[in-house]
Write a protein that binds this ligand. Structure first.
Ligand code: S3P
Length: 418
């Protein structure tokens, strides 16, 4: 039996991180509604509290009263790459000594991509992996061209630029998610963006203090993508996700889904705090293989585990390339996705920078493990919606980005009314 119904997915993870971090350094009280209260974002919130910001919760919102003097702290960033990288940019210009650490997965992830460019500002940071040790020091603005399309690196640089004297320019040859550039102006910061031949030039002038604001966080398209996939591969399924963020740097997966032949309806478009939102409905259809590569990759990087699952149900050979960044996510997602889907009988193989999937195959009963990766746990659970004999272990990690995932699944399984 397929899945039919409506889901309001939790607030966007990338935007919630930024709301908490920026609120924590802003003057005044920032109010955040519909924040994602998953473990990753709570790591950012608790970090700001440890540094001296004040946090108050009401049933409707989280209020953060910021600070500009960050007290000495040892911060556990948990599983969160966004927390450790953005916070490094914030603390490089701080007034004390800080240690930033995380879980076993975070300790394996590359930090040189931020420590090297932050050194250009004069930052004093040691460690190529977590734990990182930062001694706050006066910074001087710089110009840096991103060697990888990474919003975390871009954001760390721009945040360091806020505390640096003079101008900071980040040149981005390939567009990555742009929430930092969109949200800083809401906190009263001037961000100048020029499209040039060598890429986007994003500029801030420091030192500058942020001013508190109110934010309403739209639904996370990376979370909605689980339901879009479930609807696309299910039998006679139709799922609507409401009030989802439609930022163009985030909806590559939705476009790919359409190109693969899925039925996608977009309704109730509106604009909210500088970001577009909409309701998205996906219905079961037959799917065709596709090649996904190049500049498309950053706009769907977190959804590639789902793209691999979709491809197992699509007619033909799907090729995903230029996605070597997957190797340095919460797990090596080329390895973990390919291994898990092979266990389910999929015809999938790993390449250095992606994967090749031959479809369609009917996924077979097997026991598979999340490998501690939240997106893998959810992708495999969606696979289990088309074969209930698939058993997924290590399911609790969904807590990182989508704590109510299994509740929403249950609701869809019992809600056959639409
Ligand atoms: C994020 C950026 C992306 C993404 C991650 C969240 C962000 O990582 O994969 O889940 O909020 O800036 P990179 O910047 O490392 O590509």
């Amino acid at each position: 039996m397929g899945l039919r119904g409506t889901v309001q997915v939790p607030g966007d993870k990338s935007m919630t991180h930024r709301a908490f971090l920026f609120g924590g350094i802003a003057e005044g009280t920032t109010r955040v509604r519909n924040a994602l209260e998953g473990a990753d974002c709570l790591a950012s919130l608790e970090a700001m509290q440890a540094l001296g910001a004040q946090i108050d919760r009401t049933p409707e919102e989280i209020r953060i009263t910021g600070t500009d003097t960050f007290q000495e702290a040892t911060i556990d960033c948990g599983n969160s790459g966004t927390t450790i990288r953005l916070l490094s940019g914030i603390l490089a210009g701080g007034q004390a000594a800080y240690a930033l650490d995380g879980d076993a997965s975070l300790r394996r992830r590359p930090m040189k991509r931020i420590t090297e460019p932050l050194a250009l500002f004069g930052a004093n940071i040691t460690g190529e992996t977590a734990p990182l040790h930062i001694t706050g020091t006066p910074l001087v603005g710089t110009t840096y061209t991103l060697p990888v399309a990474s919003a975390q690196v871009k954001s760390a640089m721009l945040l360091a630029g806020l505390h640096a004297t003079g101008e900071t320019t980040v040149i981005e040859p390939v567009l990555s998610r742009d929430h930092t550039e969109r949200m800083l102006p809401q906190f009263g910061v001037d961000v100048t963006i020029d499209e040039r031949e060598d890429g986007r030039h994003i500029r801030v002038q420091g030192p500058v203090r942020l001013h508190a604001t109110s934010l309403d966080i739209p639904g996370d398209p990376s979370s909605a993508a689980f339901w879009w996939t479930a609807a696309a591969i299910g039998q006679d399924s139709r799922i609507t996700t409401t009030h989802v963020l439609m930022n163009p740097t985030r909806i590559g997966f939705l476009q790919t889904l359409r190109q693969m032949g899925a039925s996608v309806e977009i309704n109730h478009r509106s604009e909210d705090g500088g970001e577009e939102t909409a309701d998205v409905t996906v219905e079961t259809t037959s799917l065709q293989a596709i090649t996904v590569e190049g500049d498309q990759i950053p706009s769907l990087i977190d959804e590639i585990p789902l793209l691999a699952l979709l491809a197992t149900q699509a007619e033909g050979r799907t090729i995903i390339r230029d996605a070597e960044e997957l190797r340095v996510k919460e797990t090596d997602r080329i390895e973990t996705v390919v291994t898990a889907l092979q266990r389910l009988g999929a015809n999938i193989e790993a390449t250095d920078d992606g994967m090749i999937i031959e479809g369609p195959t009917s996924l077979q009963a097997a026991e598979v493990d999340s490998a501690g990766d939240h997106r893998l746990a959810m992708m495999l659970t969606i696979a289990a919606t088309i074969n209930p004999e698939i058993m997924v272990h290590g399911r609790e990690v969904v807590e990182v980005s989508y704590p109510t995932f299994y509740d929403d699944l249950k609701k869809l399984q019992s809600d056959q009314s639409e």
